[in-house]
Design a protein. Sequence first.
Length: 89
Amino acid sequence: HYAGQCRPCLYVHTKTGCHKGGGCVFCHETHRNKAPRPSKATRDKCKAIVSSAVASARHGSNEDRHMLHQLANQSAYMRSLLRAELDAQ
């Protein structure tokens, strides 16, 4: 848990709790809440922006590369989209 490698149990903090108890393979410690997922419209806009930015950055301009860095700094979601897009190449 303290190394950040665990996966939280989805049931431990519910009314009935986790039925597996100590036999559960998931972590029963308290975890930080993640940021809420962006709306579908926002996700679609982000995907379009990232796709366009990566396509123009393929030509190798320093300004385009700088634009990719700026996009990555905007949000964790943009950063994950950029990583996925660049890893797919």
